[in-house]
Design a protein. Structure first.
Length: 381
């Protein structure tokens, strides 16, 4: 891909602009949205060889920025964004979940969350990387015939996290100001932490599920965004929280006010719980992380909020919580060997990035049981 364009602004200026700033430049006609989209694509060409964050650029979008129907009246009209290769999808675009099992799969419908992005006026220009089925906090794929390692722009020897690592790396590097994410066990929050971004996992029922799912089928995964500013995330949640009729089994009611407007209000004195506990894990929190949390807590206390350190053992029955979570997570993979049977794919090849990347031996054994039982029962391909 070669993009012969006149840049809308210098790269030094580009990296400073969040989505709201770019949208304002477009609204006031200081820049043209086509120029902004073209510069976003040029940023992919310029930085992706080092980052490995983008799988493809939507070439027809560069020819016609309205091909996917962004709302010209949306608050963020004209701002380029990336779509994660997992989670909510856009009709007519590939979504392969980082797996050979879904290679060349094209979405046949647009999910509500992506509709909300389009209502905001955002323009999807490319697809970002994710580990196979989103099952790792490190974003590496091998399903395209080569190993692609997504790298952290702050330090190319480090990971940007996962599973929304492609979006995180691209947003942190300044390719675009917004990328989609999805979070079941940290896939928005981990990349945000690793890459210096804003990442929020909303409460269940607040953001619509993909059309083929609901809050009872998918009990832990929620779509979101990765951004470089709190106000961008707030602006996006003004749109992301729009639930279509019949679109949620957990009715939340409308937000009490615009999230973006709340960022400019004095919140008053807040009660804030702080925890550095293990939350059911076998290892202690890393000292550097614990110290940073304490620093933030001290700052919040200094500006007048009520900060209380919580004993994590009082939060819930962690053994029960983790057992339930892991059971749900593993169960969501149980259909994969069945789908592999329909193609010339050995379930063991899926297991390499699904079970082998599991963080604990018991979890790995439980996952391997799912994939390997097919071969042991004579049903292998």
């Amino acid at each position: 891909m070669t993009i012969p364009i006149r840049l809308a602004m210098s790269w030094e200026e580009w990296i400073k602009q969040d989505a709201i700033a770019l949208a304002e430049l477009i609204r006031t006609k200081q820049v043209n949205p086509r120029e902004i989209v073209a510069q976003g694509a040029a940023a992919v060409e310029r930085l992706n060889p080092q980052l490995g964050a983008v799988l493809e650029v939507y070439e027809n979008t560069l020819e016609d920025i309205h091909v996917d129907g962004p709302d010209k009246n949306g608050r963020l009209y004209g701002v380029p964004m990336l779509l994660k290769d997992l989670g909510s999808s856009l009709k007519g675009r590939k979504q392969e979940a980082g797996s050979k099992l879904y290679r060349n799969r094209v979405a046949t419908s647009t999910d509500p969350v992506v509709e909300n992005h389009l209502c905001a006026g955002l323009i999807p220009i490319a697809r970002s990387t994710t580990p196979e089925f989103g099952n790792s906090f490190d974003t590496t794929t091998d399903y395209l015939g080569k190993v692609v390692v997504t790298r952290n722009p702050w330090n190319l020897d480090r990971t940007p996290g996962g599973s929304s690592g492609g979006s995180a790396a691209a947003v942190a590097a300044g390719i675009v100001p917004i990328g989609t994410s999805s979070d079941g066990g940290g896939s928005t929050r981990i990349p945000a932490s690793f890459s210096g971004l804003v990442g929020l996992k909303a409460s269940r029922g607040r953001v619509p599920q993909p059309l083929a799912q609901n809050e009872y089928m998918s009990r832990h995964t929620i779509d979101g965004v990765l951004t470089r500013s709190v106000r961008d995330t707030a602006a996006m949640y003004d749109y992301l929280t729009r639930i279509p009729d019949g679109g949620a089994f957990i009715p939340m009611g409308a937000p009490v006010a615009s999230y973006l407007s709340l960022t400019s209000r004095d919140p008053g004195t807040l009660r804030i719980g702080l925890s550095n506990g293990r939350w059911g894990r076998s290892t202690e929190t890393i000292t550097e992380v614990s110290e940073r949390v304490q620093t933030v807590g001290a700052l919040l206390d200094k500006v007048g909020h009520s900060v209380e350190e919580i004993d994590d053992t009082s939060i819930c029955d962690w053994d029960g919580m983790w057992d339930g979570y892991v059971t749900t997570w593993i169960s969501s993979k149980a259909q994969l060997p069945h789908e592999a049977e329909k193609q010339p794919i050995n379930p063991r090849s899926l297991c390499r990035s699904t079970a082998v990347q599991a963080r604990s031996l018991p979890l790995r054994i439980r996952l391997e049981t799912i994939f390997f039982s097919f071969e042991q029962s004579g049903d292998s391909i």
